[in-house]
Design a protein around this ligand. Sequence first.
Ligand code: PEP
Length: 269
Amino acid sequence: LAAKKSPDHKSLVTVGDVTFGGDFIPVFAGPNMVEDEAMIVQTAREVKARGASFLRGGAFKPLTFPYRSPKYTETREDGVAWLKKAKEETGILVITEVMEERYLDLICETADMLQIGSRNMQNYPLITAAAKTGKPMMIKRHFGCSLRDWLGAAEYALIEGNSNVVLCERGVAAPHTHRGSSRFLLDLQAVPAAQEVTHLPVVVDPSHATFWAPWVAPMSLASVACGADGIMLEVHPDPPNSAVDPLQPIGFEPFGDLMKQMDATAKVI
Ligand code: PEP
């Protein structure tokens, strides 16, 4: 179902008033984690003003360690409520990660698009349940999985009759990552490789791939140049104080500059 039937076979995936797979390149922007109501409402306002199509942010998060400090704690139901508030106040579309089937109904009340995180790319019961809601979905590529595995995951959504699926490349685990703290390497080759074999739109997330804010702008521009159908960016009101992964988000002003730079190559605003 994910396979291209002819060289120009490309699906358009529409979410609200935004379409993936056409000339416009939608941008998702927001923090790693929905930390509190004020920060997510402010972020929604600031990224929307600079042209983002979607607010992103996790309330349910696959945090690498189970140890919790008051700051490093999933905000769960509260986080979803704050996303709802941000959406109501700004009208921006919302994408958020779904980790467990039992929270799908709650998340679907607010989210316009469901994010299947890289770690759950092969959680087929979760993908099946998410697909059955009928909500548009983004399936992030697991950092250790091949193109075939990634398309296999998409097939689990498509077979449920949910055709609104986009893929997201977010970096692969690699022995040489150019910087001690980086764990992943952005696999830009995956964009034309995926587009060669599937009709599904392919988004790129340079923030999670680089894990390093100074590389986010150049790799976003490279993603646009290589034909990405969307860009996901971590944007935080106060990047060094991000509760999660403070090395990777960019601030509002750099985000605005990057949007203009990307828009000079392709329509993102
Ligand atoms: C995220 O986008 O918040 C996230 C955790 O991404 P990934 O699944 O790519 O690590």
